[in-house]
Design a protein around this ligand. Structure first.
Ligand SMILES: [Zn+2]
Length: 370
C-alpha cells in the first residue's frame, strides 16, 4: 500500500508516540516487538507524525512538514511508516460484505488486530474481511477444540466445520465449557453447532459426527476446500502424522496442540514454509536427552490412565494458543512464519519456550528422504 494512495493517512491510534529525553521519536514503543525509535535531530519527523492524524490528504501532510523543513525526505519517511504497519487510511472504506451489525460486533477485535498488524493495507477492516472469507476445518470439539471453535466463531471466521465422534459426558464438564449439564448424552457436534450459532449467527457453522480412522478420512474431508485445519483431537494416536502428510499434500496450513499434564503446547505449520510437524517432533525427541532404554519412545511413556489429567486451564489455554495461531495464519496479523512450536509450562512459567528449527533434510514428509 502506497501511502500517497491513501485518502487520509494517520498513525494507528493504538500506537503511543512521544519524543525521548534525548530527542528521538518513538512510536508504539509500549509494546515490545512492535515499536520503533527514529532519530530526529531537526524535529521534522515529529511534525510529520503530528500531521498524520487522519484529517489531511498525503499532499497536505507533506505540505505541513515541507513548509517548515524544505527539502527533507518526508514522503520517504511517510512511506516507511506505512511499510512498517504504523499507518492506516482514516478514509479507507469498510468492505461492503461487512454489515453494520458485524462492524459493531468486531469493532474491538479490529482495533486489536490493527494494533498488532504490521502489513500496510487499504483498510483496517481488510483483516476482518479476510477472516470472514476463511473456511476452517476443526477436528475435535472437546476442551481444546471447543475453545478454538468459540474463539474463531466469536472472532468472525466465515465458516467453521466441526468434526467429532463423541457424546458429552459429565466428566467433560470440568473444562469443556462449550457444553452444559443438559447436553450430557448428546452428540458433541450437535451441541457445539447449536451453541456456536447462538454465539454468532453471522458465521456459517456446520458439523458431522464422524470418527477419523485413517489418512483417507482426512483427505476426504480436506477435499471440501478449507483455508486451515485446526487439529484438536489426539486420537487415533497417529492422527497428527496423518494430518501433517495430508495438509502438506493439500497445500493447507494447520494448527495443532495439546497438553501433557501441565505442559501446554501449540504449533503452526504451513506447506513449504519451515519445519513440518514431524520435523519438529523428531527433533524434540532427539533433543530431549531422556536416556531412554532401547525400544522405548517418548510416546510410550505417556501415562496410560483410565482417567484424563486435564483441567480448564490446560485445555482452554491450548485452545486459545491455537486460536491465536489460526487467526494469524488466516489474516497475517501478526505475520507469523509457520514451522514453530510454542510451549507453556504451567508449573514453571519461566520455562516456557518457543522453538523453531530449519526443516530436516532427512524428514520423511517434507525433506529430501527417498
Ligand atoms: Zn518435515
Amino acid at each position: 500500500m502506497r501511502a500517497e494512495e491513501m485518502l487520509r493517512p494517520r498513525i494507528k491510534p493504538e500506537h503511543g508516540r512521544y519524543v525521548t529525553v534525548d530527542g528521538n521519536v518513538r512510536i508504539g514503543a509500549t509494546v515490545h516487538g512492535l515499536g520503533v525509535e527514529i532519530e530526529d535531530p531537526d524535529g521534522w519527523v515529529w511534525v510529520l507524525i503530528g500531521a498524520l492524524d487522519g484529517t489531511r490528504s498525503p499532499d497536505e501532510v507533506l505540505d505541513v512538514v515541507l513548509s517548515d523543513y524544505p527539502g527533507v525526505p518526508a514522503a520517504d519517511a511517510m512511506q516507511q511508516l506505512s511499510d512498517a504497519g504504523f499507518l492506516e487510511d482514516a478514509g479507507g472504506p469498510v468492505p461492503a460484505e461487512l454489515s453494520k451489525r458485524e462492524q459493531e460486533r468486531y469493532s474491538r477485535g479490529v482495533a486489536f488486530l490493527r494494533w498488532i498488524d504490521q502489513t500496510a493495507r487499504a483498510s483496517s477492516w481488510d483483516v476482518q474481511h479476510r477472516l470472514r472469507r476463511s473456511r476452517v476445518l476443526l477436528i475435535g470439539v472437546g476442551g481444546v477444540g471447543g475453545a478454538v471453535a468459540q474463539g474463531l466463531v466469536a472472532s468472525g471466521v466465515g465458516q467453521l466445520h466441526c468434526v467429532d465422534s463423541d457424546t458429552v459426558e459429565l466428566s467433560n464438564l470440568n473444562r469443556q465449557i462449550l457444553f452444559r449439564e443438559s447436553d450430557i448424552g448428546k452428540a458433541k457436534v450437535d451441541v457445539a453447532v447449536t451453541h456456536l450459532r447462538e454465539l454468532n449467527s453471522d458465521v456459517r457453522v456446520t458439523s458431522e459426527q464422524r470418527r477419523i480412522t485413517g489418512p483417507a478420512d482426512l483427505a476426504e474431508l480436506l477435499q471440501s476446500g478449507y483455508d486451515l485445519l485446526a487439529l484438536c483431537a489426539d486420537q487415533p494416536r497417529s492422527i497428527r502424522r496423518w494430518a501433517n502428510r495430508e495438509c502438506l499434500a493439500a497445500g493447507l496450513p494447520w494448527v495443532v496442540g495439546g497438553y501433557h499434564g501441565p505442559i501446554v503446547s501449540g504449533s503452526l505449520h504451513g506447506p513449504g514454509q519451515g519445519a513440518c510437524w514431524e520435523c519438529l517432533h523428531d527433533h524434540e525427541a532427539e533433543q530431549a536427552e531422556m536416556r531412554l532404554p532401547p525400544e522405548t519412545t517418548l510416546e510410550s511413556l505417556a501415562p496410560r490412565l483410565p482417567w484424563h489429567p486435564v483441567n480448564v486451564v490446560s485445555a482452554s489455554l491450548t485452545g486459545t494458543l491455537l486460536t491465536h495461531f489460526a487467526l494469524a495464519a488466516l489474516t497475517g496479523a501478526p505475520p507469523f512464519e509457520p514451522g514453530f512450536r510454542y510451549e507453556v509450562n504451567l508449573v514453571r512459567l519461566d520455562a516456557s519456550v518457543s522453538e523453531r528449527i530449519t526443516p530436516r533434510p532427512e524428514c520423511p514428509v517434507c525433506g529430501n528422504a527417498p
